[in-house]
Design a binder for this molecule. Structure first.
Ligand code: 5RP
Length: 252
């Protein structure tokens, strides 16, 4: 039978009967063990990071953590944190973040990531590149051999102006990898999905590995109209992977 776990119940012990959400919660709770009183915390976005935010709030309410300041990476996490009473700030007031905890869509053996399938890559990258420590929390389904070669989307945030032109230029850049791209749509009637920053997202798909990630990153960021991409190269300091056989911690 599948274990049912409420958001504030203790995480279940890894076993073959766990759901993917149980694994996300196990990874999240493990990461929150690294949170200490007085820290400035980057609060991630997504179904895995949500468990970490819940847990931080629970420890604050129990008095086990004190004087935490959170910097949310999206409006949805901002709303969650406000609802749970976590004190919040921003990078203007706290330019150095002690620790960020966030999920990822893909993790490679070098701890490079793809993020942003949830749409929050820009704020996530701003916060996570200002961190002393960035702990990534994933279930084992997120592990890949090479990021940007898994045939799943690699998101790129673009300004709405002439987005189709940006899409064509992105696709042309990665013709060697058999790239196709599409504008991300929101659920309601096929309108463009709009990010927290008022931008659009183009999802790129690759037939073949894109090769050197830093070169790919530089080429994307040189295009006018591109705001940011979802490759997080060299930013993660450790990755906590929850699998049915237990927890693995990968560190640089
Ligand atoms: C949002 C993200 C998320 O961290 C990523 O999509 C993973 O989400 P989830 O934990 O729901 O699988 O990058 O922009």
């Amino acid at each position: 039978p599948t274990l049912m776990v409420s958001s504030t119940a203790p995480p279940p012990r890894p076993s073959a009967t766990l759901t993917q959400d149980d694994l996300k919660k196990i990874a999240a709770y493990k990461a929150v063990e690294h949170v200490k009183s007085g820290m400035v915390l980057g609060l991630g976005t997504g179904s895995t990071a949500k468990h970490a935010v819940d847990r931080i709030a629970q420890l604050l309410q129990q008095g086990k953590l004190k004087d935490i300041v959170g910097i949310p990476t999206s409006t949805i996490t901002h709303e969650q944190a406000v609802r749970l009473g976590i004190p919040l700030s921003d990078l203007d007031s706290h330019p150095v973040v002690d620790l960020a905890i966030d999920g990822a869509d893909e993790v490679d053996p070098g701890l490079n990531l793809v993020k942003g399938r949830g749409g929050s890559l820009l704020r996530e990258k701003m916060v996570e590149s200002a961190c002393k420590k960035f702990i990534v929390i994933v279930d084992e389904s997120k592990l890949v051999k090479h990021v940007g070669g898994s045939r799943l989307a690699m998101p790129v945030e673009v300004i709405p102006f002439c987005w189709n032109h940006s899409l064509k230029r992105l696709v042309a850049l990665f013709a060697y990898a058999g790239c196709v791209g599409e504008l991300r749509k929101s659920g309601d009637g096929g309108k463009a999905y709009v990010t927290d920053n008022g931008n659009y997202i183009i999802d790129l798909y690759f037939e073949r590995d894109i090769g050197d990630l830093n070169k790919a990153s530089d080429a994307i960021l040189r295009l006018p109209g591109i705001v940011e991409h979802g490759m997080f190269i060299g930013l993660a300091t450790s990755v906590i992977v929850a699998g049915v056989d237990g927890i693995t911690v990968k560190t640089k």
